[in-house]
Ligand binder design. Structure first.
Ligand code: ZN
Length: 273
């Protein structure tokens, strides 16, 4: 029992660090220095006001100094990260695969929230994911660590590389066709094509699917690619009705689809075929 509580609490602390990454990485700021301060009044945040999830509640969602509201996202990210650490532990125990998927899902949290803010992510983020994923596969291919019996074990290195190549290639082809269709569509409607608007998918999306291929294999990469639009459409309908906005960042849906593939991917494939 204790180890579960400790892992959850540790996860929320890592979540606090992920918040720093989400806020600073797109601005090209260091994630280590300086310590956190309030974005409005610049007052350094004391350690007792920086306790994951709890400080948000104790401070009643306001900066202690200037009463600037603290966005709900901060405790949310901390809580989600705590859950990632706990739930993956229940599935895998402490093992190499545990570390691998904790890394993946933490990265998905960062990527998703940056995409929500900026509609783009720094290009190196998926490259980082791909590199770390391949290193994990390489190490588990060496069978240095005994990983036991799991539904999805770490990919052997050749499956990871195959997943990467098919994930990237498939999505990139899709993007090429999508771009052509989109330009024809815009041309027929006599719309001036504004820079970037003739892009059906961003290169970030292509890299992302390649990354999913490294961690979950090529079948899951393609499945994830096809599940994401359903999630996006469901949310868009909701957003259009309730918020009257139709700007949609795509990576949160790809992340959601990755989670679905991770949990039920093989079952979905069995059901479809
Ligand atoms: Zn403040």
């Amino acid at each position: 029992m204790y180890e579960k509580i400790i892992l959850f609490v540790f996860g929320t602390c890592i979540g606090s660090f992920l918040n720093v990454c989400i806020y600073r990485l797109p601005k090209d700021k260091s994630i280590v220095f300086p310590p956190s301060s309030c974005p409005k009044c610049n007052k350094r945040i004391k350690w007792y006001d920086n306790i994951p999830v709890l400080s948000y509640i104790f401070l009643k969602a306001k900066c202690r100094n200037c009463k600037e509201p603290i966005p709900f996202r901060y405790p949310l990210v901390e809580f989600i990260t705590g859950l990632i650490f706990l739930l993956l532990y229940l599935k895998f125990g402490i093992s190499l695969v545990y570390a691998q998927f904790v890394f993946l899902f933490c990265l998905l949290v960062v990527v998703s929230f940056i995409d929500i803010d900026y509609h783009a992510i720094p290009a190196y983020m998926c490259v980082l994911g791909i590199t770390v994923g391949i290193i994990f596969s390489f190490v588990s291919s060496l069978k240095v660590f005994e990983s036991g019996v799991y539904d999805i074990t770490a990919m052997p290195i050749y499956d990871a590389i195959l997943g990467l190549l098919i994930g990237l290639g498939f999505t990139y082809l899709f993007k090429l066709f999508g771009d052509v269709f989109l330009s024809i569509f815009l041309y027929l409607r006599n719309k001036q094509s504004i820079e970037g608007e003739t892009e059906s998918l961003g290169l970030g999306d292509v890299d992302f699917v390649g990354m999913v291929g490294v961690f979950l294999g090529w079948k899951m990469a393609i499945l994830c690619f096809f599940i994401a639009p359903f999630l996006a459409v469901a949310y868009s309908i909701f957003a259009i009705i309730f918020k009257k906005s139709h700007l949609i960042p795509y990576l949160p849906y790809l992340s959601g689809a990755t989670l679905i593939c991770f949990m039920w991917g093989p079952k979905i494939l069995n059901f479809v075929f």
